[in-house]
Design a protein around this ligand. Structure first.
Ligand code: MG
Length: 242
């Protein structure tokens, strides 16, 4: 009887030991269950995306003053109308995942910063450069895939003029303290044509053509597309709020 009791204690100890240290269930997380999102094919928006341009109209956009944009819509694409100014999304965003496709003109005109220049401004302030950077040398932190005048792309995976190119971006907005000072900087991870060009890059501040970036507190902001005087086109623009 004493032996049986001893054996039971040993088995009990072994079982407890297993449950506390070696049970694979101990590290399983079941709640919350991630919601189901139906992915799109070939860059098409997933089921929970906010579609900002589906090839048909500019209803989700305005000019910088809030008036209807004069950019042209044809053949499923949106094209800069030179001199009409930047356009901005009517909806304002914080952290987002962005998908946007762009094409610089097939007819090559100009060079350096004057060839197919446009840009995507997150929260109206931080530019991810759009440029024809195919055999078109300019300053590295001004070519396609750069955070303009801040961080060059890791590599140059651009396609030639007239070809559609794809950005997939994770944008994390900067956070500010109540006194307006920076709490945590914004960050950008960007893939250009499926190739990583910005790897969780810290945003230094506002995009400035001349001088250093500035840190100025702000709330949510629009996505802005730049009129730099070149007829660059966009299509299939969607975001997911993070
Ligand atoms: Mg630009």
């Amino acid at each position: 009887m004493r032996n049986v009791l001893a054996m039971a204690l040993v088995v009990s100890a072994m079982t407890q030991g297993f449950s506390q240290q070696d049970d694979p269930k101990a590290t399983e997380v079941w709640e919350p269950e991630p919601k189901v999102v139906t992915p799109g094919n070939n860059g098409a928006p997933p089921s929970d995306a906010i579609v900002l341009f589906d090839g048909k109209d500019l209803s989700k956009w305005s000019d910088k003053k809030g008036n209807p944009s004069k950019w042209t819509v044809a053949d499923g694409a949106l094209t800069v109308a030179k001199g009409t100014g930047d356009i901005k999304s009517k909806q304002e965003f914080g952290d987002i995942q962005l998908h946007i496709e762009w094409r610089t003109p097939a007819k090559v005109e100009g060079d350096g910063q004057g060839r197919g220049n446009s840009g995507i401004f997150f929260q109206e302030r931080y530019e991810l450069q759009v440029l024809d950077s195919y055999k078109n040398r300019t300053y590295s932190n001004g070519q396609a895939g750069s955070i303009y005048k801040q961080t060059p792309p890791l590599v140059n995976p651009t396609k030639g003029p007239g070809e559609w190119q794809v950005y997939d971006v994770v944008y994390i907005a900067p956070r500010f303290n109540s006194d307006g000072t920076l709490k945590t900087p914004g960050r950008i991870t960007a893939f250009l044509n499926g190739v990583l060009v910005q790897n969780n890059t810290e945003i230094q501040g506002t995009t400035e053509y001349i001088g250093k970036p500035k840190v100025v507190a702000h709330e949510k902001g629009s996505l802005v597309l730049q009129d730099h005087g070149n007829p660059t086109s966009f299509r299939n623009i969607w975001v997911r709020e993070l």
